[in-house]
Design a protein around this ligand. Structure first.
Ligand SMILES: C[S@@+](CC[C@H](N)C(=O)[O-])C[C@H]1O[C@@H](n2cnc3c(N)ncnc32)[C@H](O)[C@@H]1O
Length: 324
């Protein structure tokens, strides 16, 4: 470990194994069966997600990167000088590089992610490439309240939230409103927030993005079962489930499911979770928002939608929100 990485103090609020266990018991005990998508991400889940980002079918990452590549100077001007940046679900920390490079003297960067290994690796890589930037990684579940770490040195002039990747779409709309309202309180008066949100499009394009030919998204989805076995000692047949991605027009979302291939059960300690053939575990939703729809949703959370940037093909949008 180099001196510089020693200086990166991790604020560790990682969910415990007990929380994962509780979520599995509650989710598999419910009808229909479901599991929170945040548990898709451990070290392996984050590696698989990065592989998904490079797939030909997965247009969101390269489209959002292109928007940021073209528009980061405009976004940086909206944010202003000496900003403290809080990134929610920072992952490999690729997109933030475009913003950091365009910002005038950013005061601090606080990446927040549930996936500790990926968070630490990304923070170290950023520290190497942005020497002098104060980086304070926080391993936390951002669906729960948490405090920002104290930023040493000069206080930021503005706080800016950054939530790329259309991760906002993983929430149900009411949860997205609650999340944005919490982020607004966390960032404080005068803050701004940039949110990447995928736009509605053809069903075939959407379903392929979440069910690629190489089977990487299938492995990502099944990683939940792998984690349940390894971390919780669950007894289950890994090959007894297949991945499925389906567009749900009613909710305007792509749903990921694990479909049981036979009548079977998952056992977790004294708990038994029976499955019919074809019964599914709903593991992730990705809601798609047209620009006015997203702006209305952000408005319901107390933010004022200020600007929106989209790509030439109208595939993806990046929204700038202000507190007032
Ligand atoms: C769809 S990926 C996006 C990654 C990256 N921001 C991008 O745009 O490519 C979602 C990221 O959010 C993190 N994440 C998901 N749920 C979370 C939660 N409840 N709390 C904190 N981080 C979460 C995951 O670990 C992952 O890094």
């Amino acid at each position: 470990m180099t001196a510089r990485t020693d200086m990166l103090r991790l604020h560790d609020l990682e969910p415990t194994t007990g929380e994962f266990r509780r979520a599995v018991i509650d989710g598999l005990g419910a009808t229909p069966k479901t599991l929170p998508c945040k548990f898709l991400y451990d070290g392996e889940g984050s590696r698989l997600f990065e592989a998904i980002c490079d797939l030909p079918e997965y247009y969101p990452t390269r489209t959002e990167l292109a928007i940021l590549g073209d528009r980061a100077p405009e976004m940086a001007a909206e944010i202003g000088s000496r900003a403290g940046i809080v990134e929610f679900g920072s992952g490999a920390g690729i997109k933030i590089r475009l913003l950091l490079a365009a910002l005038d003297a950013p005061a601090a960067y606080i990446p927040v992610d549930i996936s500790r290994e990926a968070l630490v690796a990304a923070a170290r890589a950023l520290a190497a490439d942005f020497p002098g930037l104060h980086i304070a990684p926080v391993c936390a579940d951002y669906t729960r309240p948490f405090a920002l770490p104290a930023i040493g040195g000069r206080m930021p002039e503005t706080m800016a939230g950054f939530f790329p990747g259309s991760t906002i779409g993983n929430f149900a709309p009411s949860e997205a409103v609650a999340f944005l309202a919490r982020a607004r309180r966390l960032l404080g008066a005068g803050a701004v927030m940039l949110v990447g949100a995928d736009l509605p499009k053809d069903r075939a394009v959407l379903e392929a993005a979440y069910d690629d030919a190489a089977g990487v998204t299938a492995a990502f989805n099944r990683n939940l079962l792998v984690r349940m076995r390894r971390e919780l000692g669950a007894e289950l047949d890994l090959d007894g489930f297949r991945h499925e991605a389906r567009w749900c027009p009613r909710h305007r979302r792509v749903e990921m499911h694990l479909v049981s291939l036979s009548r079977q059960e998952i056992r977790l300690g004294a708990h038994r979770f029976p499955f019919e053939r074809g019964e599914t575990i709903h593991t992730e939703s990705s809601h798609k928002y047209a620009v006015p729809e997203f702006r209305a949703l952000a408005g319901r959370s107390g933010w004022l939608p200020a600007r929106t940037w989209t790509d030439a093909g109208d595939r993806f949008a990046v929204h700038l929100l202000r507190t007032g």
